[in-house]
Design a protein around this ligand. Structure first.
Ligand SMILES: CC(C)(COP(=O)(O)OP(=O)(O)OC[C@H]1O[C@@H](n2cnc3c(N)ncnc32)[C@H](O)[C@@H]1OP(=O)(O)O)[C@@H](O)C(=O)NCCC(=O)NCCS
Length: 182
């Protein structure tokens, strides 16, 4: 029998699992430049801020357990950036390389596109993060460049790799709602 798998909007009930997945990434990985894992209360606060801000947040569930998640948030807080989002995607290590990251990212892209965002930016922790660079490339992101040695974690300098993908019409048309002067 095929295992049941779905990608669906995340809910508050998923946050204990999501907090655990992110805790592992903070403690052992260089994809995130956080050094101390945020607790459930902080992850709940961040989730609420994203949902209230109109951003999508998805969970991947395999046989009833959350095994990954992806969300988009503001790329930068200043308002002229309001059509540009930054994405995040994290999986449980045990289920890497089975296409789940790809499906999560594709779903996130489709939803951000539908919500009218025009650019998605990935700020990838560490030039050695072949999995993240690979999945973003497969989703149509282009390499913008590398900020060398901007992070320091686990006793070594870390790069960030910037990748970007247009959503919808990208920059070729004006957004429907943009105000008369702005
Ligand atoms: C990055 C991550 C989300 C990718 O998810 P995944 O489910 O393992 O990746 P997928 O199986 O969907 O891979 C899709 C494609 O990406 C590429 N890819 C994935 N992992 C790769 C790797 N380790 N090396 C090279 N290419 C890779 C391949 O093109 C792959 O397609 P293929 O398997 O048909 O060749 C996952 O590895 C992860 O959670 N990593 C730790 C956290 C992280 O780095 N998050 C990104 C933050 S920006």
């Amino acid at each position: 029998m095929m295992p049941s798998f779905e990608i669906r909007p995340a809910t508050a009930a998923d946050l204990p699992f999501i907090t655990g997945i992110y805790e592992h990434a903070v403690r052992y990985g260089t994809a995130t430049f956080e050094l101390i894992p945020p607790d459930l209360a902080e992850m709940t606060r961040r989730f609420g801020a994203l949902i209230d801000g109109g951003f999508p947040y998805f969970a991947a569930s395999l046989e009833g357990r959350v095994v990954g998640y992806a969300y988009a948030g503001a790329y930068r807080p200043r308002p002229a950036y309001r059509f540009t989002v930054e994405n995040s995607v994290y999986l449980q290590p045990a289920i890497h390389r089975r296409g789940i990251g790809l499906q999560l990212l594709q779903r996130l892209i489709a939803e951000c596109d539908a919500r009218g965002y025009r650019q998605m930016i990935a700020v990838i922790g560490d030039s050695a993060n072949a999995g993240s660079i690979g999945v973003h490339t497969k989703c149509g992101f282009q390499m913008i460049g590398t900020h060398p040695n901007v992070g320091f974690k686990f006793g070594r300098w870390l790069d960030t790799v910037m990748m970007q993908r247009p959503l919808g019409d990208g920059g070729s048309t004006l957004p429907a709602e943009h105000g008369t002067q702005y």
